[in-house]
Write a protein that binds this ligand. Structure first.
Ligand code: SF4
Length: 325
């Protein structure tokens, strides 16, 4: 069975963008692939974070993955720092990765601008740790959005450079591009994110969710109710695509272009469909919050299984490096 690796940071509340863009797809992938899903806490410390909240956030992230339907009997879910071989391999990969490659990474440039007071080595080496996350399991595929393709290319290059110097150990992983629509934030400007505070949290209560959706930016050219709109440039329509059936999409498209429906009507339809899917997830998450021991058992078991694979890869890697064992 082909293996997949993917990670999610425990830095903040999991939102609609994470769910539609990644997690929902992960659930489907567990039918076809040997899936490893990791809460990447060591990636999260490359920027400022709330230390006092970190443990809770880490458990919560794993909990939400379970609530979204990732079946622990069919995939592995664990926390990155529980398998220290990730960082050991990252160090080795540091020694074959040209600095120039890291400097030209778009995410590094963006994050350097966002965190001017703390441009650290971890921020620059982020894609090297990512390569280690993937290659320690010799994963063949990595489900990602368009914005992460550059990092997967780097992982491939790291594997090539290592293999060329020390012998064939690592496969070159491929990006498995998500076909999910890219959800923008409620401001309609940038990708939905916790940092930009333009998100709808997956576990937010109904009232908060509706308030955020009700006031979310639509087609900015549709100023009055009588103005026709263009669903193609409306983020609400993009979210509809993720939650509504074809007939509703057709009706909204037609109604919007002819000014037959107002934006609030449109959002009400969307909200109903969102709640139908997200309501049970929220309920499941709330019940898991009463039983975090179960969540911890799942991530400990995941770390045990992943640790065994990682140890075997490290033994092979050390052999290839020629270090004394
Ligand atoms: S009717 Fe719906 S799709 Fe059209 S602009 Fe308003 S919110 Fe967007």
């Amino acid at each position: 069975m082909k293996r997949i690796f993917s990670g999610i940071q425990p830095t903040g509340e999991i939102h609609l963008g994470n769910y539609v863009g990644a997690i929902r797809n992960w659930v489907t992938l567990t039918d076809e692939y040997d899936c490893i899903f990791c809460v990447v806490d060591y990636h999260a410390i490359t920027v400022e974070y709330e230390i006092a909240e970190f443990r809770k956030r880490t458990i919560e992230t794993a909990l939400i993955l379970l609530a979204c339907g990732l079946p622990p009997e069919k995939c592995k879910i664990f926390v990155q720092s529980h398998v220290p071989e990730h960082t050991e391999l990252a160090w080795i990969f540091n020694c074959v990765t040209p600095i120039g490659e890291l400097e030209r990474m778009t995410q590094f440039k963006d994050k350097s601008k966002q965190h001017r007071a703390n441009i650290n080595m971890g921020l620059m080496g982020y894609p090297v740790l990512q390569a280690a996350d993937i290659l320690i399991y010799k994963a063949g595929f990595v489900p990602v959005g368009e914005d992460q393709v550059q990092h997967i290319e780097l992982s491939r290059e790291v594997a090539r450079k290592f293999n060329a110097r020390f012998g064939d150990v690592f496969p070159e992983p491929q990006a498995l591009l998500s076909i999910a629509p890219k959800i923008l934030g409620v401001d309609g400007g940038a990708k939905m994110s916790k940092t930009l505070n333009n998100y709808i949290g997956l576990l937010e209560d109904k009232e908060t969710m509706w308030e955020k959706l009700r006031t979310a930016v639509t087609d900015v050219n549709r100023v009055r109710r009588a103005d026709p709109g263009n669903p193609e440039i409306c983020n609400i329509y993009t979210i509809h695509r993720a939650f509504s059936e074809n007939q509703i999409l057709l009706d909204v498209d037609k109604g919007c272009r002819a000014a037959g429906i107002g934006c609030i009507d449109c959002k009400k339809m969307l909200f109903k469909n969102m709640l139908a899917e997200l309501g049970p997830i929220r309920e499941k998450a709330l019940s898991l919050m009463e039983d975090t021991d179960y969540v911890i058992d799942v991530i400990r078991a995941g770390a045990r299984d992943c640790g065994a694979i990682a140890k075997a890869t490290m033994a092979e890697t050390r052999g290839a490096l020629g270090v004394l064992v």
